[in-house]
Design a binder for this molecule. Structure first.
Ligand code: NAD
Length: 726
C-alpha cells in the first residue's frame, strides 16, 4: 500500500497553486526526509507551470504550520558522517531556495507554530502572512539543540529582516509573535486565522501585478550592505551578550553569530554553502547529543500519562487549597491563571488576605506591563474564593493541602475534611518530606490520596513530583498528572520514600560539599567547581538560598533513612544554632552586608565571613588540596550512585524521569543531557573506576549491583530505557 501523502496540491483559483501540509498520523507537521522528497516532487511538477501567478503553503493542522525538522531522524543519523550530514543540509536548502526562483510569487500562510525547519521553509518564500492568533509563533530554536538552522536560515533571514535582527532571532532561539514579525518585515501582513487563505490569495494577485517580489529576489541574493566598523561593533556587542548568557557552555549561538557576520558579506548562495559546512561541525557533537536528549526527555514527559497503562481520569475544574503561605499561594495562583475555580483557606486570616492579593497579582501578571493587569485581575477574582468555612470545599474535585510541615496537623485536617469531599475527589499533600503512606493512615479513601509536591517558587519551577503511596490508585495518579500538566507544569511520578526523587539526589550532593569543606577545600573552590560543571549556583551558596535550617531538617530525614551513606554533619547544626540560617536571616555560610548589592536587583550577594571560616577550620578533619576535577567527582558521583539505588528500588519508572527531574528540579545543566546521560557518556566502567578511588570515604561511593551489572555488560543507564545515550 502506498504511504499516505503529507502534501495536498489544489488550485483555489486557476492560476494559483496551494500546497496544504498535513503529515499523516502526527499531531504537528514535521519535515522528515520523506516529506522533503514529496515536496521536491511537487515543486518540480509546479515549476513547469509557467502560467502560475503564485504558490501558497498552508497547514492542514490546527496545531500550527510546521514544528520543524524530524528530530528523531537527526538522532538516528549522528554517525552518518560529515559528507552525508552536509548533503541532507544542502539538499533541503537547495529545494527551499527554489521557492525564491519559482515562476510565480511564493507565500507561506502561517497560523500557529512555525519554527525550525518550518521557519526555513517559510523564510525562503517570497512573502509570509501570519495569523493574529496568540498561538502563532515564528522562530529558530535550533541553538537550544546545540545547532543552528541548516537549511539556509542563517543566510536568507538576515537579508530579509536585517543582520542585527536575524542575529537576535537565531542566536536566542526564542520565537516571536505576529506583531513583532510584522514590525521586522518578516510578515507582509497579519490577519485573523479565518481570513488567512483569502489574504494569501489576495497577496498573490497584488504581487503578480506590482512584481515587487522580483525586486526583492534580486536584493536578497546579494551581500548585505554594512561597513566594516558596523560589522565589528555588532559582532563584539552580540558576542559579549551571548557569552554572558551561555557562560561558554553552549557553543551554537556563538558559532551562529560568527557565521552570520562572516557570510553577510557573501552572496546568499555562498553564504548558504558556508552554513552547510559549519552546520556539519556542530552536528553530532556531545553537546548537540545532550541537548537533543533533553528535547526527548521533555517530549516524553509531555506524553507520559504517569502510569503504565490506561486509566480513567477525573477532570479537575474546581481546586481547593489549604494553607495560603508561600506554597499554597503559588499553587492557587497557578490554578487561577489556568482558569480553574480555586477555593482557598488559612487558619491565619491575615495570611489569607495577603495570599489572596498575591495570587491575583501573580495570576494577572502581564509581561508587557511588567506588572498585574487590573482588568484581568478583576476577571480572575471571580475564580478565587477565599473562605474560612470548610463546607465551601464540598464541591472541589481536588484538594491540595499546603499547611505547616507537621504530620499531626496535616492528619487532623484530613480527618475533618475528607468526609466533606465528594467520594471521587482527590486529596493531596504538598509535603516536602513526610511519608505519603504515613499521612494516608486513617483515611477512609487512601486510594484517592497522593503527594503533589511543588517546588519553590511555584511560579518559576516547572517540576512537580506526584508521589504515589502504596494504596494510591492508578486513576488518582493519572488524574494528578493530568492536573499538573493542565496548570502548565511538568509532573514526574515517584513512589513514596524519603526525599522522594529530587531531594534524595540533591541531599547527597549538598552533604558532600560540607564533607569537602571539612577536608580542606574552600567555599570558593567548591562553588566554582560546581558552577564550572554547569550548575546555576554552587552548593554552598545553595545552602544559603534554601535556608540552613530547612536543609538541616531535610538532611536529618536522609540521615535517619540512609545512615550508611549520610552522616549528620556538626557544621550545619552549629551554624543553625548560631542563628545563621542563610539569606533570610542575613547570614549563613556567607555574610550579607546591607550595602553589598549584587548585579541588578540582586541585593543578596554574600561575602566570605571570617567567623564561618574559623568555624570550619575548627571542625576540619584534614587540610588537603582538591583539584577541580576531584571536587566535581566528589559532588556528582554520590548522586549517580543514589540514582542507581532509586532505579533499583523502582522509585521511578524510567531512567529519563531521573534526568528530567534534576534538570527541572535543581537546574542540572541541560548541556550535559541529564545526570545519568552524563554518567553514560563517561562510560559506566569509568564511573566505577572513579568510585573505587573514593570508596574508602564510605558507602556513598560504593557501586550498586545495577552499576556493576551495567559496567560488566558495557551498557549504560539509557540502554535500560530502550534509548541509547551514545
Ligand atoms: P508557610 O508557613 O508559608 O504556609 C503554611 C500556611 O498554612 C500558613 O499560612 C499557616 O497559617 C497555614 N496553616 C497552618 N495550619 C493550617 C490549617 N490547619 N489549616 C489551614 N491553614 C493552616 O509554609 P510553606 O512554605 O508554604 O509550606 C507549606 C507546605 O509545603 C509544607 O508541608 C512544606 O513542607 C511544603 N513545601 C514547602 C516548600 C518551600 O520551599 N517552602 C517547598 C515544597 C514543599
Amino acid at each position: 500500500m502506498a504511504a499516505a501523502k503529507s502534501l495536498k496540491l489544489s488550485f483555489p483559483e486557476e492560476r494559483i497553486a496551494l500546497i496544504t501540509i498535513d503529515v499523516p498520523d502526527k499531531g504537528a507537521n514535521v519535515l522528515s526526509q520523506h516529506v522533503i522528497a514529496e515536496l521536491a516532487e511537487l515543486i518540480s511538477e509546479l515549476e513547469t507551470r509557467k502560467d502560475l501567478l503564485g504558490l501558497i503553503f498552508i497547514s492542514g493542522k490546527p496545531s500550527g504550520f510546521v514544528a520543524g525538522a524530524d528530530i528523531r531522524e537527526f538522532a538516528a543519523s549522528y554517525d552518518v558522517g560529515r559528507e552525508q550530514t552536509m548533503k541532507v543540509s544542502s539538499d533541503g536548502r537547495n529545494l527551499f531556495a527554489r521557492f525564491a526562483q519559482f515562476p510565480g510569487v511564493t507565500v507561506a500562510a502561517i497560523d500557529g507554530i512555525c519554527v525550525g525547519g518550518g521557519a526555513e521553509l517559510a523564510i525562503w518564500c517570497d512573502r509570509r502572512i501570519l495569523s493574529s492568533s496568540p498561538k502563532t509563533q515564528f522562530g529558530f530554536p535550533e541553538v537550544k539543540l546545540g545547532l543552528f538552522p541548516g537549511w539556509g536560515g542563517t543566510a536568507r533571514t538576515p537579508r530579509i529582516i536585517g543582520l542585527s535582527n536575524a542575529i537576535e532571532l537565531i542566536t536566542s532561539g526564542e520565537s516571536i509573535d505576529s506583531t513583532r514579525s510584522l514590525l521586522l518585515g518578516l510578515a507582509a501582513d497579519v490577519v485573523p486565522t479565518d481570513q488567512l487563505l483569502a489574504a494569501a490569495i489576495r497577496l498573490v494577485k497584488e504581487e503578480a501585478n506590482t512584481k515587487s517580489y522580483l525586486e526583492d529576489r534580486q536584493k536578497w541574493e546579494r551581500p548585505i550592505v554594512m561597513s566594516e566598523t558596523e560589522l565589528t561593533f555588532l559582532g563584539a556587542t552580540a558576542s559579549a551578550y551571548i557569552q554572558q548568557q551561555t557562560k561558554g557552555n553552549y557553543p551554537a549561538p556563538i558559532a551562529a553569530l560568527e557565521l552570520m557576520i562572516e557570510t553577510s558579506q557573501l552572496d546568499v548562495a555562498a553564504a548558504a554553502n558556508r552554513e552547510t559546512e559549519q552546520f556539519a561541525e556542530l552536528f553530532g557533537t556531545p553537546i548537540n547529543r545532550s541537548l537533543i536528549n533533553v528535547f526527548f526527555l521533555m517530549d516524553r514527559n509531555k506524553k507520559d500519562l504517569g502510569i503504565s497503562h490506561d486509566a480513567s481520569t477525573r477532570a479537575i475544574r474546581s481546586l481547593g487549597v489549604f494553607g495560603a503561605g508561600i506554597m499554597g499561594s503559588g499553587i492557587a495562583a497557578a490554578g487561577v491563571k489556568r482558569g480553574l475555580t480555586v477555593t482557598l483557606t488559612d487558619t491565619n486570616p491575615g495570611q489569607l488576605g495577603n495570599g489572596t492579593k498575591a495570587i491575583l497579582e501573580e495570576a494577572s501578571f502581564d509581561r508587557t506591563l511588567k506588572g498585574p493587569d487590573p482588568k484581568k485581575m478583576l476577571e480572575l477574582a471571580a475564580n478565587l474564593n477565599a473562605t474560612i468555612t470548610d463546607a465551601e470545599f464540598r464541591r472541589c474535585d481536588l484538594v491540595i493541602e499546603a499547611i505547616v510541615e507537621n504530620q499531626q496537623a496535616k492528619q487532623s485536617l484530613y480527618h475533618r475534611i475528607e468526609p466533606l469531599l465528594p467520594t471521587d475527589a482527590i486529596l493531596a499533600s504538598n509535603t516536602s518530606a513526610i511519608s505519603i503512606d504515613r499521612l494516608a493512615a486513617g483515611l477512609a479513601r487512601p486510594d484517592r490520596f497522593c503527594g503533589i509536591h511543588f517546588f519553590n517558587p511555584v511560579r518559576k519551577m516547572p517540576l512537580v513530583e506526584v508521589i504515589r503511596g502504596s494504596k494510591t490508585s492508578d486513576e488518582t495518579i493519572a488524574t494528578a498528572v493530568q492536573f499538573v500538566k493542565a496548570i502548565g507544569k511538568s509532573p514526574i511520578v515517584v513512589q513514596d520514600g524519603p526525599g522522594f526523587l529530587v531531594n534524595r539526589l540533591l541531599l547527597p550532593y549538598m552533604h558532600e560539599a560540607i564533607e569537602l569543606l571539612l577536608e580542606g577545600a574552600s567555599i570558593a573552590e567548591i562553588d566554582s567547581a560546581a558552577k564550572h560543571f554547569g550548575m546555576p549556583m554552587g552548593p554552598i551558596t545553595l545552602y544559603d538560598v534554601v535556608g540552613l535550617d530547612t536543609a538541616w531538617h531535610a538532611g536529618n530525614v536522609m540521615v535517619d533513612a540512609f545512615p550508611d551513606r549520610i552522616v549528620a554533619t556538626p557544621l550545619l547544626g552549629a551554624l543553625v544554632k548560631a542563628g545563621r540560617l542563610g539569606q533570610k536571616s542575613g547570614a549563613g555560610f556567607f555574610a550579607y552586608p546591607p550595602n553589598n548589592k549584587g548585579s541588578g536587583n540582586d541585593n543578596k550577594k554574600g561575602v566570605e565571613d571570617p567567623a564561618v571560616i574559623e568555624m570550619i577550620r575548627s571542625m576540619q578533619r584534614k587540610s588537603e588540596k582538591h583539584s577541580r576535577e576531584t571536587i566535581i567527582s566528589r559532588l556528582f558521583l554520590p548522586m549517580v550512585v543514589e540514582a542507581a539505588r532509586i532505579l533499583e528500588e523502582k522509585k521511578v519508572r524510567d531512567v529519563r524521569d531521573v534526568d528530567l527531574g534534576l534538570i527541572y528540579g535543581i537546574g542540572f545543566p541541560p548541556f550535559r543531557g541529564g545526570l545519568l546521560f552524563w554518567a553514560d557518556s563517561q562510560g559506566i566502567g569509568r564511573v566505577i573506576e572513579e568510585l573505587s578511588q573514593y570508596e574508602p570515604l564510605g558507602a556513598r561511593f560504593a557501586p550498586t549491583p545495577m552499576l556493576s551489572d551495567l559496567a560488566r555488560s558495557r551498557r549504560g543507564f539509557y540502554d535500560m530505557s530502550g534509548r541509547t545515550s551514545r
